[in-house]
Design a protein around this ligand. Structure first.
Ligand SMILES: Nc1ncnc2c1ncn2[C@@H]1O[C@H](COP(=O)(O)OP(=O)(O)OP(=O)(O)O)[C@@H](O)[C@H]1O
Length: 227
């Protein structure tokens, strides 16, 4: 893969956030990559994702990212107006995105069985996550940034959500960078895994190195024991 194909690149990026510091982060993402970022609570996963989403500036290092309109986000906090239903949202959402695709959004709403008439405030957590994903996948984003999208979902919805992400990445040669606490998510869809610990990347590997969640878990225990 030559350098032209690199869409996301971080070279020795550092960022201080109060007492916490992200140290010398290096990351490269190419089309078709699904990168899972794992690590203990407070390791800096969400902070890294916020840097990747243009939300946080950096203190030092170099960063190369697509423009924000080419990125799709699913963060816990990005709820659309809670009092509205999908039917009502469909009227104004095209104005929020440069390349909004009504037909694709409608297809995802059907495919993910998201209710159209109900107000979003009355959605379950799973329904809200699915809506966030439908929005993120409906404006031709080249890069998806997904913060713990599978947490708290039942196994069937989790599989459904992971499949939709994987299909999108494959179909559009997009990139997905996702944080998760579930090793099963890593094995199911990611091709690369990044492990963070106290603001640094302590492992950056191809998932093909691991046969299953047990072998990945064993590796994690080894590195944590060695620290
Ligand atoms: N705005 C902020 N100001 C100061 N410190 C912050 C800020 N946001 C996050 N932090 C700190 O940065 C550290 C990393 O937080 P971050 O949310 O990136 O971790 P995480 O790996 O995503 O954790 P979790 O798995 O619990 O979601 C934490 O110690 C947190 O308290």
């Amino acid at each position: 893969m030559n350098d032209k194909n690199i869409i996301v690149q971080l070279d020795s990026v550092s960022k201080q956030m109060g007492e916490f510091c992200l140290h010398h982060i290096n990351l490269i993402a190419n089309p078709n990559d699904i990168i899972a970022i794992i690590g203990e609570n407070g390791a800096g996963k969400t902070t890294l994702l916020k840097i990747l989403s243009h939300l946080y500036s950096i203190d030092s290092g170099k960063i190369s990212l697509p423009p924000i309109h080419e990125m799709g986000f699913v963060f816990d906090s990005n709820h659309l107006h809670e009092a509205l239903s999908i039917k009502e949202i469909e009227r104004f959402i095209p104005y929020l995105f440069q390349k909004w695709d009504d037909a694709t959004f409608s297809d995802y709403i059907d495919k993910l069985e998201i209710p159209r008439e109900k107000a979003i405030k009355d959605f379950s957590k799973g329904m809200k996550t699915k809506l966030g994903i439908a929005v993120a996948l409906s404006h031709h984003a080249k890069v998806l940034l997904l913060d713990e999208i599978t947490s708290g979902l039942d196994p069937l919805i989790r599989d459904e959500v992971l499949t939709v992400i994987k299909d999108y990445v494959n179909q559009y040669s997009a990139i997905a960078i996702m944080t998760t606490h579930l090793l099963d998510d890593v094995i199911k869809i990611a091709n690369k895994v990044i492990v963070m610990n106290k603001g640094t990347i302590i492992l950056n590997q191809h998932v093909s190195e691991y046969r299953n969640t047990d072998s990945l878990e064993m590796k994690l225990k080894e590195i944590i024991a060695g620290k």
